[in-house]
Ligand binder design. Sequence first.
Ligand code: UDP
Ligand code: MG
Length: 321
Amino acid sequence: MRETSVKYSIVVPAYNEEAVLTESYKRLKKVMDETTEPYEIIFVNDGSRDRTPEIAAGICEQDKKTKLINFSRNFGHQIAISAGMDHASGQAVVVIDADLQDPPEIIPRMIEKWKQGYDVVYGKRLKRKGESIFKKVTAALFYRFLKSMTSVTIPVDVGDFRLIDRKVCDTMKLIREKNRFVRGLVSWAGFRQTAVEYIREERFAGETKYPLKRMIRFAFDGITSFSYKPLKIATTLGILCSLGGFIYLVIVLYQALILKMTWPGWASSISITLIFNGIILIILGIIGEYIGRIYDESKNRPLYVIRDSINFPGKEEEIKR
Ligand code: UDP
Ligand code: MG
C-alpha cells in the first residue's frame, strides 16, 4: 500500500558523503518547503564507511519527512537510486546526487514541466564546473559514443538528476536487471520526456566516488545494456581481415611465381601476428563482458540487501525483505 499523501519523493544516494549531507538536506528542505506540497526525502546510504548513516539518522530523527535506507554494504550508485525508487511513494520521484553538483533549486522547474504533463523531466548539463578536463572530455565522448551504439535514444550530457512520474517509477520497479544503467532504462521506458537545462556545479565537499575504474565499468554497463553492436565488430573485422589476407596472398603468389621475387626474413610477419592476436583477444574480452553480465543475471540474486531503515512506519520489516 502506498502512502498517497506524499506528492514528491526526493531520492538521494549517498556513499561516504559526511561532508555534504547536512548542507544538501538544508538546501533540499528549503526548496521543497517552498512547494507547500507534501514530500519525502529518502536517503539511500550505500554502505558508507564514514559518518553518513549517523548524520542521516540524526536528520531523520528531527524531521519525519526524511527517511533512510541503509544498505548492508556498498552496492553502487545505480543500485542505490533503484532502491530509492522502489521505496518512494510520491506521485513524482526526483533523483538527485548528495554532493550538490545538481542544484536542488532546479527541482521546482522540473515540477513545473511535470505539471504541464511531462512524465520524465531530465536535467541536461549545459556546463560542468569544477571537474577535471579528463572527466569532461571522457564524459562527452562517452555520451556520443553511446548514442552511436544504441537504438534507444539516450539523450546526451544527461545524468541521473531527473524527475519521473509515478507511472515511470512503477515501470522502473519492474526492471530488475543487475548491471543497471538507470538513465538508459528511463529512456527505454518511453513516455513523454523533456529536458530542463542547468549548470552542473562543483562538488560542495568531499571527493568523487567515481574513479576511472568505476567510470569504465559504468560505460561498459551503458553500452552492453543497450547494444549488441560491439559483438558485431568481430564479424566486420573478421571479414575485412580475411579479405585483406586473401588479396595479399594473390599478390605474393604473383610475385613468387611470375616475378620470381622472394623475401628472406619476414620480420613483418611478427607484427602482423601480434596485431591479429591483439584483435582476437579484444574481441574475446568484449564477448566476455556480455557473458559476465548474462552470468550476473542468471544468478538471480536480489539487487541489494537492506540492513535497516528509518521513518518507514510499519514497513521496516517489509523493506528488509
Ligand atoms: N554514490 C553512491 N554509491 C557509490 C558511488 C556514489 O551512492 O558507490 C553516490 C554519491 O554519494 C553521490 C552520487 O552517487 O551522491 C554521485 O557520485 P559522485 O558525485 O561521486 O559522482 P560524480 O558526480 O563525480 O560523477
Ligand atoms: Mg558528484
